[in-house]
Design a protein around this ligand. Structure first.
Ligand SMILES: *Cc1c(COP(=O)(O)O)cnc(C)c1O
Length: 234
């Protein structure tokens, strides 16, 4: 574990340097960009190593997997994001376990999250996941349905709509993902206009293409393998 831990620390450092360079190219401040370390398949010790290296937000894909790691990490307080698809029958558990739900994509799920957060006397930060390329991706709200979903969610007292998230198709050349990032930003800008409220967050970009996403306005980059190493095939 000692070796894995030190490589996580050096990976975090190099990711942070790459973020700083991408931000500079786009005339942005690196401090505007949060790394959400995508820790699926990696154990609690790896999360702790990344935390010790300065990461303050983590993204898990599955409620159950996160439940199995959570107890070991009760002493640290980064923000915990759910970045994977959430079924509405797990909304209650998810609302207790996460500070952010980044993958909200339908109204029924949103209602359940709002109810659960309300019962706990809390609120949840949410992002709407947009299906940015209908031919490639399955999860996410269709672009035509986005305005209605956003309007419904801003009425929900225990949800705080903070922005949009998307997973573009994998492109061999990262720059080919640029149009998708740009489209997500434009959808966000349009929504800010129609809702007349700020939606500051754009969660876009992963290990392979986060620099392009930052050039296009990402405020949260979800980075897994560039921090934790390659995931083993299941
Ligand atoms: C796994 C995952 C990531 C990170 O992927 P990497 O390519 O390892 O950086 C980001 N977002 C989501 C939703 C993921 O499932």
């Amino acid at each position: 574990m000692a070796r894995a831990t030190s490589s996580i620390a050096s990976n975090v450092k190099s990711v942070q340097e790459r973020i700083a360079r991408a931000a500079a190219r786009a005339d942005r401040k690196a401090g505007e960009i949060v790394v959400v370390a995508a820790s699926k398949t990696f154990p609690a010790e790896a999360i702790r190593a990344a935390y010790d290296a300065g990461i303050r937000a983590f993204g898990e894909n599955r409620v159950q997997e996160w439940e199995s790691k959570q107890a070991e990490l009760a002493d640290i307080k980064p923000s915990w994001h759910l970045i994977g698809h959430l079924q509405s029958n797990k909304a209650r558990r998810a609302s207790r376990l996460f500070d952010w739900i980044d993958s909200v994509d339908d109204a029924e799920l949103a209602v359940k999250l709002d109810d659960a957060a309300g019962e706990a006397n809390e609120w949840l930060a949410v992002l709407l996941e947009v299906r940015i390329d209908p031919t490639e991706t399955k999860s996410g709200v269709a672009q035509v349905d986005l305005p209605a979903l956003a309007e419904a969610i801003v009425q929900m007292p225990h949800l705080q709509l903070r922005g949009l998230m998307a997973i573009p198709p994998f492109c061999d050349a990262p720059r080919d993902a640029r149009p998708y990032f740009r489209r997500l930003r434009r959808l966000r800008d349009d929504l800010e206009q129609s809702l007349q409220r700020p939606l500051p967050e754009l969660s876009m970009g992963m290990s392979h293409d986060f620099e392009i996403a930052i050039e296009e306005g990402a405020t949260q980059v979800r980075i897994g393998s560039a921090i934790f190493g390659e995931r083993r095939a299941k």
